[in-house]
Structure formats: structure tokens, C-alpha cells
Design a protein around this ligand. Structure first.
Ligand code: DAT
Ligand code: MG
Length: 138
């Protein structure tokens, strides 16, 4: 099976809380390869493209505001089944119920309605990965 690539983001809460190294350690321990990594201060247009599927949802505007609040670390990550594998490492969307042992389960905090502060993003399909890698690394 050819090696797959995915887009991982350490979101502004992860960067601000100094968790980038701890998150990278888990990714590297799992055996995935860092192909490219950069600190990005995205503008609104970049984020609107990245989160196009969520436009119009109640959490869309707060999500964009949060993602504009500081830099993210963007990672081009490679490995066998890395798309599925990173999402497993990340845990489910809501940090309160994400399983212990996952990034969101271990480090995520309950910020009331701010579920969007869940530390990381990972592409959810090969099509999303290709599209999102183009947006962040194009
Ligand atoms: P994921 O990041 O687990 O792929 P998603 O693609 O459904 O989740 O949503 C993108 C982000 O939007 C998610 O990381 C956090 C935020 N979000 C999703 N559902 C939310 C909700 N019900 N309330 C607040 N923020 C939400
Ligand atoms: Mg998603």
C-alpha cells in the first residue's frame, strides 16, 4: 500500500499552551514521518477554505475567530493509514468525552461551549487531505 499523507494542525490553543512538543512526541512515537512543518498565521480566506464544509453551522464563526486568535503549527505527515491513524491518536471532537490516552482526551479541557478548542486537526479522508495540504502548504 502506498504511503499516505495527511494534514495535521496543532491549533492555537495547543501552541499557546506549549503542547506542540508533547503532541509531536506522540506523533513521532507512533512512527509517522514529518515531511514538512511550519508555523502559520492563517488569514480568514485560508480558514474559510479549510472549513468550507462547516459554513453556516452555529459554531462556524466562533471556530474561525478561535483559529484567527494565534498561530497554528501545520504538519505534512506521512505513514501507512496515517489519515485514520492520526484521527485515532487525536480522539473524538469533544475533549470532555474523548478517550483517555488520546491527545484530546489527555490534554483537552472543557471550555463550556468552546468545543472548538480541541488542540488538533486531522484530515478525515484522502480527498480532504489532498485539499487541505494544498491550502496550508500549496
Ligand atoms: P473534527 O475536528 O473532529 O474533524 P469537525 O470536522 O466536525 O470535527 O469540526 C471541526 C471543528 O469545529 C472541531 O474540531 C471543533 C468545531 N466543532 C465541531 N462541532 C462543534 C460543536 N458542536 N460546537 C462547537 N464547535 C464545534
Ligand atoms: Mg473535521
Amino acid at each position: 500500500m502506498p504511503t499516505e499523507e495527511t494534514l495535521v494542525l496543532v491549533k492555537p490553543d495547543g501552541v499557546a499552551r506549549g503542547l506542540t512538543g508533547a503532541i509531536l512526541a506522540r506523533i513521532e512515537s507512533k512512527g509517522y514521518a514529518l515531511v514538512d512543518i511550519r508555523l502559520v498565521e492563517p488569514d480568514r480566506d485560508l480558514l474559510a477554505a479549510h472549513y468550507a464544509e462547516h459554513e453556516g453551522k452555529p459554531f462556524y464563526e466562533p471556530l474561525l475567530e478561535f483559529m484567527l486568535s494565534g498561530p497554528s503549527v501545520a504538519i505534512r505527515l506521512a505513514g501507512n493509514r496515517v489519515i485514520e491513524g492520526f484521527r485515532s491518536l487525536a480522539g473524538t471532537t469533544d475533549p470532555t468525552t474523548a478517550a483517555p490516552g488520546t491527545i484530546r482526551g489527555d490534554f483537552g479541557r472543557d471550555w463550556g461551549l468552546k468545543v472548538q478548542q480541541n488542540l488538533v486537526h486531522g484530515s478525515d479522508s484522502p480527498e480532504s487531505a489532498a485539499r487541505e495540504l494544498g491550502i496550508w502548504f500549496g
